[in-house]
Design a protein around this ligand. Structure first.
Ligand code: CP
Length: 293
């Protein structure tokens, strides 16, 4: 049985096969690939895109979905999250999709469940399905030619699980990843080039991935206001000029903090394409882990 805890759980060949399936699923309204299967969603943190896309993906494949309302679950009566998951597992689901603030929680579960665990976000550590849909969006844009492409990830790198997964995945496909952030948000990973301001590398990059400032994960206020932060890190028309650069963001976007209103309607921004791709990529991942296991 295979789980998806980090993108390293899939070989490059497996990822390319997932993308082949995702291309087919992009144009498919529904199928019966997972007919008779039951997928359980356990989201212990807020979500719009990931939870919605996993639900839609499972339903489009003909599976039934149970999204446990963790706000009214027995965790509120003192049950540990571990016990919640093992009890759900005892009911016999075909997969459990989990988002939790603990960076290592997903990994600890795999010896205690009888079905695939899919990581829908682990603290500030990993968000593998987001990175896979980001990669898919880049692959499709460049017709598979990702070798040597330069990707700048800008914003709150240190607490971003999206950066955590992409910095490992994109280089496997030949991409050169660097980070742009103020000192308080810089990565502690010495492997990557880091810049204070996007203007230092804007002429070299092919892709800019903007990130949200994860206020909920900070123990202190780093800026007097998000407006102060935005003066240097918001992507605007002026930042891009007329350069041919792909603009990505995992969402949710803080408008005029991460990206200006104007750039959110600019054709170089592929954010809603990422969201659409997210359903197809998750359909392909569910097919692989639930049907093809
Ligand atoms: N990209 C992402 O994880 O968005 P949600 O938090 O809305 O799921």
């Amino acid at each position: 049985m295979q789980h998806l805890i980090t993108t390293a759980d899939f070989t490059k060949e497996e990822i390319l096969n997932i993308f082949d399936d995702a291309r087919i699923f992009l144009d498919m309204e529904s199928s019966e690939v997972l007919k008779g299967k039951i997928i359980v969603n356990l989201f212990f943190e807020n979500s719009t895109r990931t939870r919605g896309a996993f639900e839609m993906a499972a339903k489009r494949l003909g599976a039934q979905v149970i999204s446990l309302d963790v706000g009214t679950s027995s965790t509120k009566k003192g049950e540990t999250i571990f016990d919640t998951v093992t009890n759900i597992n005892a009911m016999g689901p075909d997969a459990i999709v989990i988002r939790h603030s603990d960076c290592n929680f997903h990994k600890t579960l795999i010896d205690y469940v009888d079905c695939p665990i899919l990581n829908a976000g682990a603290g500030k550590n990993a968000h593998p399905t987001q990175a896979l849909l980001d990669l898919f969006t880049i692959v499709e844009h460049y017709n598979g030619d990702t070798e040597g492409k330069k990707v700048a990830i800008i914003g709150d790198i240190r607490t971003s699980r999206v950066a955590g997964s992409n910095k490992k995945l994109l280089p496997r496909f030949g991409m050169d990843v660097s980070f742009v952030a103020p000192d308080c948000f810089k990565s502690e990973d010495p492997e990557f080039k880091q810049y204070d301001n996007i203007s230092e590398i804007i002429d070299e990059v092919d892709v800019v991935m903007s990130l949200r400032t994860q206020l909920e994960r900070h123990n202190e206020m780093y800026f007097s206001s998000l407006h102060e932060y935005a003066k240097d890190y918001c992507i605007t028309k002026d930042t891009f000029g007329d350069r041919d650069i792909l603009l990505l963001h995992p969402g949710p976007v803080n408008r005029n903090v991460d990206i200006s209103d104007e750039m959110l309607v600019d054709p170089r921004n592929k954010i809603l394409e990422q969201v659409r791709n997210g359903v197809a990529v998750r359909m392909a991942i569910l097919k692989k882990l639930v049907k093809d296991q």
